[in-house]
Design a binder for this molecule. Structure first.
Ligand code: ARG
Length: 586
């Protein structure tokens, strides 16, 4: 494992040094380096600096150039316009850096020297309820962020804060007591995810109907809630059956989504029951929370309702019941003090932003969150239908996640079948799932999480454009070239001159590690997705302009195969960090 500095960072350092030599009073001024179409890089920093210090930017730029002689890294530096620097890198430096990346299984990406501990709250469906498109987002984004953070060396602990507690269980449990065989299975492991969900749906509907129609049942259901909260054993055992039945269903959906969830990471709302009373006592004793009309509340100067009255965070209701906030506050105590997190991340719908703002602020006042702990809600936007409105079925109901996934897999399988020449039926089914699920994940990950996006399957499975299918085909095409070329390990030839398309591809390949670091630092998988799309596009241009197996000289064939191979490895690694498969053949 060897971390490889990027050409951009080496160049940045060189220019910064030349700048402070030319103008000592500039201190550690940023040369503002970026990729450019005219040369390889452009540095604009001289403009702002000359303005600030009252000099002529072209003159300053000229002096900086003197400190940047041509050499191994720099081929040429030119002053242009009002005082930009246009910088061209040597072909040799590009190929050598790429060879160093290729020699490292992490493609030259460093591991954090002092990794922290992140507890990430993601993939949190609700017991006895169907999973919908919102759960697609918290699963897909959460999974990508986990993978990206782990790749940087961070210790990541997942918490699936499933909705497994609440008054609705009184009704469900009471119904099951009165209809004892409703959840019986023929034998262990005999129930599919779909069957489990339909059992739960049936029970939910039947108990709801009884609850609404029968006052006596309603009273019994309410008493059952009290038993549940008091920890009555029989009641808890029945509650557990609902949780278990739901887990059969959740796991079947996560399996289809190709997202791995570990049982020990499922710590739902119920997991914090033992802490709730203490959390409230601590808040009340410290004065962070106060009694208001019987409820225990936390107030905020800047949170007011439409009538101008403050809207408090209610940690305990006037009837003594604890709600969502008390649970989340207890979870913070657990994550900070027991799990020793220094970052708390919540992949949750932006519509819960106010809740998290109030919860974090309360935890800060209580001293549970200190300056050493970062708490962030990675809030995601709404999935919209083609009409731009929140995604609904024609009947106006929320769309079942499973139905969407099945449709995506069907569409993708049709495409794979059409393109496949030598694939068996089994292979088509496997690839179809990888392409279809990849398409759904990529569409979700390729725009920044906070934005809404339209769920448009036609666009998602398109072979052209910013889709995972395009990326997967680019990867598979490279594999087929490499297979044709034979098994020899790729050899780089730094002595060869590079064509423009090779340079562009090479400079982009060199940015992989920096892009991953940026995506990790900002919890922004879309930055990695954008990088990969550009990589595949640059590869397509390279492939159109530079014959690989039919290149003129043997050394050039080898160097181009080397570029193909590194592109494929970068695509595969990048897609893996997004949780998307890259089949070898398509
Ligand atoms: N179960 C909730 C829902 O489906 C999301 C839970 C989010 N996590 C949390 N710690 N509150 O909306």
């Amino acid at each position: 494992m060897a971390s490889v500095p990027s050409l951009a960072s080496s160049l940045h350092q060189r220019i910064a040094d030349a700048l402070s030599a030319a103008l000592p009073e500039a201190g550690a001024a940023d040369p503002l380096l970026r990729r450019s179409d005219r040369a390889d890089f452009q540095a604009n920093g001289m403009l702002a600096l000359a303005k600030k210090l009252g000099g002529n930017p072209r003159e300053l730029a000229g002096k900086v150039v003197e400190g940047l002689p041509a050499g191994e890294l720099i081929k040429e530096v030119e002053v242009s316009g009002p005082g930009f620097l246009n910088i061209t890198i040597t072909d040799e430096a590009i190929t050598k850096t790429l060879a160093a990346r290729a020699a490292d299984e992490r493609l030259g990406a460093p591991l954090a020297e002092h990794p922290g501990t992140t507890v990430i709250d993601w993939a949190q469906p609700n017991v006895a309820k169907e999973m919908h498109v919102g759960h697609l987002r918290n699963s897909v984004i959460g999974n990508a962020v986990v993978r990206i953070l782990e790749f940087t060396g961070e210790k990541v602990i997942s918490r699936h804060h499933i909705g497994d507690w609440g008054t609705q269980f009184g009704m469900l449990i009471q119904y099951l007591i009165e209809h004892p065989h409703e959840l019986d299975h023929k034998a262990e492991g005999e129930v599919s995810g779909e069957e489990a969900m339909s059992n739960l749906n049936r029970l939910y509907k039947a108990s709801r109907a009884l609850f609404d129609a029968d006052e006596e049942f309603k009273a019994r259901a309410r008493r059952r809630v009290v038993d549940l909260q008091a920890g009555d054993e029989e009641t808890l055992a029945l509650w557990q059956r609902f949780v278990d039945e739901s887990k059969i269903y959740f796991y079947s959906v996560f399996d289809k989504l190709d997202v791995e969830i570990r049982d020990e990471d499922i710590v739902g709302e119920s997991g914090y029951n033992d802490m709730l009373a203490e959390t409230c006592r601590m808040l009340e004793e410290s004065g962070v929370a106060v009694r208001s009309e019987g409820a225990l509340c936390v107030f905020f100067d800047d949170v007011k309702g439409p009538d101008g009255n403050p809207v408090p965070l209610i940690v305990q209701k006037s009837d003594g019941g604890f709600g969502y906030a008390a649970t989340d506050l207890s979870a913070i105590r657990d994550r900070v003090f027991n799990l020793k997190a220094d970052t708390l991340l919540y992949v949750v719908d932006v519509r819960q932003s106010l809740h998290f703002k109030m919860v974090f602020e309360t935890a800060r006042r209580a001293g549970w969150l200190t300056d050493d702990v970062k708490a962030v809600q990675l809030g995601f936007g709404t999935v919209l239908g083609k009409d731009g409105k929140p995604f609904k079925t024609r009947e106006g109901e929320t769309v079942r996640l499973v139905d969407l996934l099945d449709e995506a897999i069907d569409r993708a399988s049709a495409i794979v079948r059409e393109k496949a020449q030598d694939l068996t039926e089994e292979e088509i089914a496997e690839r179809g799932a990888q392409v279809g699920i990849g398409a759904v994940k990529y569409a979700d990950l390729s725009t920044s999480a906070a934005r809404d996006y339209k769920f448009d399957l036609d666009q998602m499975v398109s072979l052209n454009g910013d889709t995972s299918v395009y990326l997967q085909y680019a990867f598979a095409r490279i594999q087929s070239i490499l297979r044709k070329a034979g098994a020899a390990a790729p050899v780089a030839h730094p002595e060869l001159a590079l064509a423009p398309a090779e340079r562009a591809l090479g400079l982009h390949l060199d940015q992989f590690a920096a892009t991953v670091a940026e995506a990790a630092g900002e919890f922004a998988p879309h930055k990695l997705a954008g990088y990969l799309y550009q990589l595949a596009s640059l590869y397509t241009t390279f492939y159109d302009q530079c014959p690989v197996l039919k290149a003129e000289e043997e050394a050039q064939v080898e160097n181009r195969l080397f570029l193909c191979d590194l592109t494929a490895r970068t695509l595969r690694q990048g897609m893996e960090l997004l949780g998307i498969r890259t089949p070898e053949r398509l």
